[in-house]
Design a protein around this ligand. Structure first.
Ligand SMILES: *Cc1c(COP(=O)(O)O)cnc(C)c1O
Length: 401
């Protein structure tokens, strides 16, 4: 039986939800009944999944699964305590050593998620006397991290190095100056101008903080990420990188890597490291296995990048206007945005795509700016070439109908 709502609390929520619904902005969960590599079962239909960030297909990889399962059987499931209390296991320390080596950094520190890594890093590095200069399209976790730090935040237009440099120059009196950016922007798939940002940081005595959630494991000759791809020294003292284990690594958890002093400071100061239970040991074991697969299976990063190029080429051939939103250096990035504009049209296109057998949800405000709703196609090494050909055709059909 419905209960009374004397304060009108629930009625106010219903009203706000109805308002979002009427504007096409209400979100709801869709249950995926089964996942098998790139095939998922939605509403009892098997469709091809283009909505996963499992770029290398490692979430279902037998070696990664076995490593996680064995770790659970041998070491238990939960970590049981904060890393600073009884929560640091040998497998955490080993994963941190190997992740640091992989990224070419001196040290690394695991967090329960990439979101937590960003929050903890900026909160620990910046205080209210600091200035953080932040790209307008940075990921929500970086935006929240800026807020948690209580630093003064200057947002610069997307990829505008001159504006970032001006903001850094004008922050002369700050206790510390940081310029913060996604390496690969999560909804656009374009790259940050890291070499120019680093130069601006150096000229102003600032630190460059890079979130490489989407480049890690995918970009660069060895898959070491966007810094490798753009020729930036990952051991530079004025560069700090965050990344996640939940995308190309196919698991869960996040990490920060940089100089030993940075990690030492985070252990003592990062709230999302200290006041939370350690990452489940099996996730660290899975990350170690993922690092091995990255080494033995270079075809995974090569294929997913070739897929991105192939899909973009097809879409450009058939709908040249779509390519206008893709910067030239982003063609191998496995995030392919198909800009539609309005939320209603984007929702319709996504539903049509689903009817044609392809799952790619509509990305709407506030995840992306007003008027730039889009389909976000994310690719996996496990997709077949014919999946991409079929997807390109279906996207064009869904946009036309
Ligand atoms: C996904 C993502 C994160 C968060 O990573 P999780 O491990 O899923 O919490 C952080 N930054 C960017 C740019 C991301 O795309």
């Amino acid at each position: 039986m419905a209960q009374d709502d004397p304060s009108g609390f629930l009625a106010s929520l219903r009203r706000d939800l109805a308002d979002l619904e009427s504007r096409g902005l209400r979100r709801s969960l869709r249950v995926i009944d089964r996942v098998e590599a790139t095939r998922i079962v939605v509403d009892r239909r098997t469709v091809v999944n283009f909505a996963s960030n499992d770029y290398l297909g490692l979430a279902a990889n037998p070696r990664v699964r076995a490593a996680a399962a064995n770790a659970i059987l041998e070491q238990g499931w939960g970590d049981g305590a904060s890393r600073l209390l009884a929560g640091t296991r040998a497998v955490h320390a080993e994963a941190e050593r190997r992740l640091a080596a992989f990224r070419g950094a001196e040290a690394a520190l695991l967090f329960p998620s990439g979101y937590a890594a960003n929050l903890g890093l900026l909160q620990a590095l910046a205080d209210p006397g600091a200035v953080i200069v932040s790209d307008a399209l940075n990921h929500a976790s970086l935006i929240d991290a800026c807020r948690l730090s209580r630093a003064r935040v200057v947002v610069y237009p997307h990829r505008d190095v001159a504006a970032a440099r001006r903001a850094l120059e004008e922050a002369g009196g700050a206790s510390r100056r940081l310029v913060v950016t996604d390496a690969v922007f999560s909804m656009d798939g374009d790259l940050a101008p890291l070499p120019a940002l680093l130069a601006a940081a150096r000229e102003t005595g600032s630190v460059l903080v890079v979130d490489d959630a989407h480049g890690n494991g995918v970009l660069g000759a060895e898959g070491r990420g966007t810094l490798e791809a753009l020729g930036i020294d990952p051991a530079a003292p004025d560069v700090v990188v965050t990344a996640t284990l939940s995308k190309a690594f196919g698991g869960t958890g996040g990490f920060v890597c940089g100089a030993r002093e940075v990690v030492d400071w985070l252990v003592t100061r990062a709230r999302t490291f200290i006041y939370t239970t350690g990452l489940v040991p099996a996730a660290a074991a899975a990350a170690l296995a993922a690092l091995e697969v990255l080494e033995t299976d270079p075809w995974r990063r090569q294929d997913v990048r070739a897929h991105a190029r192939r899909l973009r080429t097809r879409l450009r051939d058939w709908r040249p206007e779509l390519a206008a939103a893709w910067s030239p250096e982003s063609w191998e990035v496995p995030i392919v945005p198909v800009l539609v504009g309005g939320t209603a049209e984007t929702l319709r296109a996504s539903e049509r795509l689903l009817a044609l057998g392809f799952f790619a949800p509509a990305i709407r405000p506030p995840t992306v700016p007003e008027g730039t709703a889009r389909l976000r196609l994310s690719l996996s090494a496990e997709h077949a070439e014919r999946d991409l050909e079929a997807l390109a055709g279906a996207v064009c059909e869904a946009l036309e109908a």
